[in-house]
Design a protein around this ligand. Structure first.
Ligand code: FAD
Length: 468
């Protein structure tokens, strides 16, 4: 008999509840990663993420082998592969950590039922969020739509002793529970073969060890000044942990509780402000997950339904405009620099994500879903919850969104956040094309669209009796 560990977004040994429980159960453990191309429905994993995942899994395989847990990689529908595994191995129990995404939670239910029918037990753990989405609710039981009260309430819950995240050490298996790995490397083709992906290796070291090192370096070097530096794209002022957090190479509980501990001991007020600010960003990640849980259609549909009206966007936007944006050829320096950083490295600074997204949705009038798709394919940290929140926030149609009339001016933003031009000179080509649109004129067009939208919606509400 043996136990099975089903790995998903928890690609680490330390503080991994499912792994620790599987090892503690005393039977030999086999780990499996199932690559299901149909997973994610309209959002199958993008190219940059697949590249990152492959590196991360190869690292994890070595780390697991060192504790006698072989990692198998399989392609196919999760249910079919699981079924096949129940026939190949005499399984006692299957362990996994939940992923708080609508499709993944549905899948959990189906896998559980299938295993139950075969007489195999399951143990499922919370891991991806600091708190279960059901835990953070308003008094009336509905989900929060505004970040500040959400995070206040979440922190209150996290402060209580009972619920404070407890971190698990890396498990060690006893000699007699160890299994040897047998699977050939040829099975392990996850990353696309496009040469583009090879560039990512210059920027990213995947895996648990690299994530821990990145976190420690951030705590030492950038955290004290995070509040001041986090908006400067030319500076390495942020943690760079988003891909590691997405794939679970480091647990969010560890990041949160370590920073909380540092905050409790810190005396200097400006450092304390930076730590609180960083914790709030972890809070935004949490908020994104809670929103996705509450509004499972939000990756497809604007939360503010008015933005699904055609008037919210330019009529028949020219495909060439979208292509120029994707390639960083809009002629607007900060936008082009950001899009080129994304293409070259699989990542973009948060401030520049906001500016490039604002330019696409407001100045070019192209639906946020088009931008979200491009980010989805090219970001190593592509994350359904955070990407949806980010795009809907910028477009002005999400929960707690930027007001629709806020249109970032990329020139003013460059002066403010890249005053020396270091970011621009790093990512921009020597020759810049002429600007695709006039920033002021396209901003006014956007405002006119939104105004007509308000009127159209008002009329629709009257027609449907909402205002009666
Ligand atoms: C249009 C748009 C799309 C985005 N798409 C994604 C995405 O696909 N995946 C993703 O992880 N983040 C996304 N973000 C949020 C943010 O830009 C990145 O999390 C951040 O830039 C990652 O860099 P970092 O790890 O150095 O962040 P840090 O500043 O070091 O923050 C620490 C962690 O907090 C979380 N975080 C920070 N800011 C946000 C935020 N605004 N929303 C949610 N979580 C946040 C991330 O997990 C991040 O790693 C998007 C933002 C925008 C505006």
């Amino acid at each position: 008999m043996r136990n099975l560990l089903w790995l998903r977004r928890d690609l680490r040994l330390a503080d991994n509840p499912a792994l620790s429980a599987a090892v503690a159960a005393g039977l030999p453990v086999v780990a499996v990663y199932i690559d299901d191309c149909n997973e994610g429905g309209p959002w199958p994993m993008g190219s940059a993420s697949r590249w990152y995942l492959q590196q991360s899994l190869l690292n994890l395989r070595s780390a697991l082998a060192a504790i006698g847990v072989p990692l198998e990689f399989h392609n196919g529908r999760v249910l079919n592969v699981m079924n096949q595994l129940t026939e190949e191995h005499e399984l006692s129990r299957v362990y996994w950590n939940r992923v708080v995404e609508p499709d993944q939670l549905n899948l959990d239910g189906q896998v559980r039922t299938m295993l139950f029918d075969r007489g195999i037990d399951t143990s499922v753990f919370a891991d991806d969020c600091l708190l279960n989405p059901e835990q953070v609710r308003k008094r009336d039981g509905t989900p929060y739509r505004v970040f500040t009260p959400f995070w206040r309430r979440a922190q209150e819950i996290l402060e209580t002793d009972v619920l404070q995240p407890r971190l698990l050490p890396r498990p060690e298996t006893a000699e007699d529970q160890r299994l040897a790995g047998t699977q050939q490397d040829t099975h392990w083709q996850i990353a696309p073969t496009a040469a583009w992906c090879n560039k990512l290796a210059q920027h990213w070291q995947a895996g648990e060890a690299a994530a821990s090192e990145r976190f420690e370096t951030f705590l030492q070097q950038a955290l004290p000044d995070y509040d001041r530096q986090r908006d400067l794209p030319a500076v390495e002022g942020t943690s760079g942990l988003s891909a590691a957090l997405h794939f679970g190479e480091i647990s969010v509980a560890r990041v949160y509780s370590r920073c909380r501990q540092i905050l409790l001991l810190e005396q200097d007020e400006s450092t304390r402000k930076s730590i609180r600010r960083f914790l709030a960003e972890i809070g935004w990640r949490e908020f994104a997950r809670h929103l996705l849980h509450a509004f499972p259609n939000s990756p497809q549909v604007s939360l503010d339904q008015r933005f699904e009206h055609a008037q919210a966007w330019e009529p028949d936007p020219d495909d060439r405009l979208l292509k120029a944006w994707q390639r960083g050829e809009t002629g607007i320096p900060l936008v082009d620099a950001g899009m080129r950083q994304l293409w070259a490295s699989g990542w973009m600074h948060n401030r520049v994500r906001m500016i490039t997204a604002s330019f696409l949705t407001k100045n070019l009038g192209i639906h946020w879903r088009e931008g979200a798709r491009w980010f989805w394919d090219t970001l190593v940290d592509a994350d359904l919850a955070s990407n949806t929140l980010g795009w809907q926030w910028v477009a002005g149609c999400g929960a707690d969104a930027a007001p629709y009339f806020r249109v970032f001016n990329p020139m003013l933003q460059a002066n403010k956040f890249d005053p020396e031009g270091h970011y621009l000179s790093r990512w921009l080509p020597e020759q810049q094309p002429l600007a695709l649109v006039d920033i002021r004129e396209s901003r006014e067009r956007a405002l006119r669209r939104y105004q007509s939208l308000g009127k159209a919606q008002h009329q629709a509400d009257l027609d449907s009796g909402v205002n009666r």
